[in-house]
Ligand binder design. Structure first.
Ligand code: ATP
Ligand code: MN
Length: 480
């Protein structure tokens, strides 16, 4: 048997000593020809391995370079070093994989996040990305934990679809037709997708919501958690071309039930990460504090990462309508002094992220649930309110991130839905299956979509969304 190792996390978790153990991992540093700091990714903490002077071959010691993979066996002994209870006094060290010190990209020094993004294949081996992806894992696990405990069914919605759920038209086409100009065409010269693999034009999904609603009309409560694709050419710190979305859909829920679930959900998974990734969050807290110190005083955030997370789980989210938000924004000094790039003048305009951030970061200083938006700026499936002007939509805005959740009560009344689809030029014939749920046993229902990476950003304090997904996809970038 090769793998009789103990994980470094488990080894460091106790102060048990005087037993033999084998660890495997990647060398972070090798000091004084004697002390190896080894990491196996199970924790941010390294185990110190002592290679007593004179007991090991010079040739072997030379190969203990940063990045090398080794197997070490020895006696677990009390550690005199600070910050660790135990260390390993090596009796044997075996090199599993050499790492050339000159060319290994992850030198034992501070690298910029941009550099690490260009070396995403190796960045897992840094403290920052180790922590980010351990936290990401925990959050993903907590998503399933939360919904499973609540009796929600995990529904797998298709990745290839023929519908554009958001109507935004920002989709990646899926086709097997040749791209060299020889694809079959219609009489008018357009591509004849009847000849394509699926016999129609298809794309990568922008949302699993419409399919999710179908299942909610049978299982009551479902959620999806899967990849989502948007061909939006937005080079922001909050947009990816490929991201993961969590979309619960619930029968017998109105907008308020929906907001309650979203708030409970966000608090639950943040708390779950705080309970299970304390070391990583401690590290990320310090990382962010150091980063903030580089900024001018006025741009620094008032709270540290852990302080912010504690604040969010301990306090109610602020709830208000779009109309109330417009009033606040319109009358704000920021607006009067023309500090917004897009000034708020009339009811009905869409909020830009500068407005969202003003509300969340300056005005309320906590997460905000905005409801009842003008129907013109929202999707066709949102339930129309009695005022004839607004729909039962909700967005949740988080400090530092802006929109993290978009959701609504869904329009369950067939006549209202089809009328709205007509107004918005949504092809009803293509969505016949969606409309069927409104014909056979319709009920009030609601749901939301939460962008998983934005949540990971929020919890880890990482400023750029490209740093919270292992292999980010964005305009002009699909390396790795
Ligand atoms: P935004 O206004 O920020 O572009 P949106 O209104 O397009 O968001 P929705 O269509 O409501 O977003 O999608 C639901 C959630 O998915 C959003 O609240 C956000 O958390 C996330 N999301 C949307 N687009 C992206 C993207 N390109 N990359 C990462 N997450 C995204
Ligand atoms: Mn968008």
């Amino acid at each position: 048997m090769f793998n009789n190792r103990i994980r470094i996390k488990d080894l460091l978790a106790t102060d048990k000593v005087n037993y033999s153990a084998t660890v495997m991992g990647w060398v972070r540093t090798f000091r004084n020809n004697q002390f190896i700091a080894l990491n196996d990714g199970s924790t941010i903490n390294n185990i110190q391995i002592v290679a007593t002077l004179g007991e090991f071959d010079e040739a072997l010691l030379k190969r203990l370079t940063t990045g090398a993979c080794i197997k070490a066996t020895g006696e677990v002994i009390p550690s005199l070093g600070k910050g660790q209870k135990v260390e390993l006094k090596a009796t044997s060290i075996e090199i599993l994989g050499d790492s050339d010190a000159e060319t290994f990209p992850m030198q034992p020094k501070k690298h910029s996040l941009e550099f690490l993004r260009e070396n995403a294949h190796m960045r897992f081996r840094t403290n920052t990305f180790g922590s980010v992806f351990r936290v990401r894992h925990t959050l993903a696990f907590a998503v399933h934990h939360f919904f499973n405990d609540k009796g929600f069914l995990y529904l797998h919605t298709p990745i290839i679809t023929a519908s554009d759920a958001e109507g935004a038209g920002e989709m990646f086409k899926v086709t097997t037709l040749p791209l060299d100009g020889t694809a079959p065409t219609n009489e008018d010269g357009s591509i004849n997708f009847k000849e394509d693999f699926f016999g129609r034009s298809t794309n990568l999904t922008v949302s699993g919501q419409l399919e999710g609603e179908l299942a909610a009309m049978a299982f009551s409560d479902i959620y999806t958690f899967g990849p989502t694709f948007r061909a939006e050419n937005s080079n922001t710190t909050r947009h990816l071309a490929e991201f993961w979305m969590i979309e619960p859909e619930m029968a017998f829920y109105d907008l308020e039930d929906n907001a309650n679930l979203a708030e409970e959900f966000i608090k639950y998974i943040i708390r779950y990460a705080m309970d299970n990734n304390a070391d990583d969050l401690e590290f990320l807290n310090q990382r962010l504090a150091d980063e903030e110190k580089q900024k001018p005083q006025t741009e620094r955030s008032e709270m540290g990462l852990l302080e912010k997370l504690n604040f969010v789980v301990d306090n109610d989210f602020e709830r208000l309508t779009y109309t109330e938000a417009i009033d606040i924004l319109k009358n704000s000094n920021h607006n009067k002094k023309k500090k917004f790039q897009y000034l708020i003048e009339d009811w009905g305009t869409d909020l830009q992220s500068e407005h969202e951030r003003y509300l969340v970061e300056k005005h309320f200083k906590k997460p905000v649930i905005l409801t009842d938006y003008p129907k013109e700026i929202k999707s066709f499936y949102m339930r129309q309110n009695d005022d004839g002007k607004t729909v039962a939509a909700m967005d949740i805005l988080a400090p530092g991130i802006g929109e993290i959740v978009g959701g609504s009560q869904r329009e369950e009344r067939l006549d209202k839905l089809t009328q709205r689809m007509k107004e918005m030029h949504v092809p009803a014939d293509e969505l016949w299956w969606y409309l069927d749920t409104r014909k056979f046993g319709a009920c009030p229902h609601a749901g939301f979509g939460l962008g998983f990476e934005r949540l990971v950003q929020f919890v880890t304090g990482m400023g750029n969304i490209r740093d919270v997904i292992p292999f980010p996809r964005y305009p002009k970038s699909a390396e790795f």
